[in-house]
Design a protein around this ligand. Structure first.
Ligand code: COA
Length: 161
């Protein structure tokens, strides 16, 4: 069974990686799909986000990293995949996730969204919070892998510790 795990990944955090790791064990193939959109103001370009994910996930044989733009349902059709995975960090995520899942279902009846509950230790984590901590020089090694930490530091202050 093939699944798509879509998101902005600006940048990828240990919370996303935990979901991907668990999906890689439960499904035959996981496509991590980076949204190349115009709505969110991203810190990292789509190429940078793809590179960080590919570097972080290079040990996984059944995980592919790709980019998409436009509607998720169209991308899922193009990839011949009918299952979307979304992480749920807290009950507050549910309203937005249900809305997206129902819109997608309306657009494409055959598309299913499955929710995976985030581990408690990552339930507070978001890409924005990591960027904010990094911006003020806080410790981010507990939130993101080394390669992402380095990339964030480069964005913030030219790579100086
Ligand atoms: N661990 C840590 N953080 C997590 C997480 C997890 N398991 N799951 C989500 N997050 C965080 C992300 O870091 C992100 O944080 P940020 O807002 O600080 O950047 C936030 O939760 C939500 O981001 P993400 O999961 O990337 O979702 P999104 O809302 O940016 O995008 C898409 C969701 C890509 C699935 C959706 O926008 C989409 O499908 N777009 C295509 C257009 C479309 O088809 N629209 C119609 C359907 S609604």
């Amino acid at each position: 069974m093939k699944v798509i795990y879509p998101g902005s990944f600006d940048p990828v955090t240990y919370g996303h990686l935990d979901i991907i790791d668990r999906c890689s064990k439960s499904f035959d193939k996981v496509i991590v799909a980076v949204l190349n959109n115009n709505y969110k103001k991203n810190m990292f370009s789509v190429e940078e986000r793809l590179n960080l994910l590919r570097e972080t996930l290079k040990e996984y044989d059944n995980v592919e990293v790709d980019a998409f733009s436009g509607l998720l349902v169209d991308y899922a059709n193009k990839r011949n995949c009918s299952t979307i995975i979304r992480g749920l960090r807290a009950i507050s995520d549910l309203e937005y996730e249900m809305q997206m899942s129902l819109v997608n279902k309306k657009l494409e009846e055959d598309l299913e969204t499955l929710f995976m509950v985030s581990r408690g230790k990552y339930s507070y984590l978001s890409s924005s919070i990591v960027k904010e901590v990094a911006m003020f020089g806080g410790k981010i090694s507990c939130f993101v892998p080394k390669v992402v930490e380095r990339a964030l530091k480069e964005k913030m202050n030219g790579g100086q510790d």
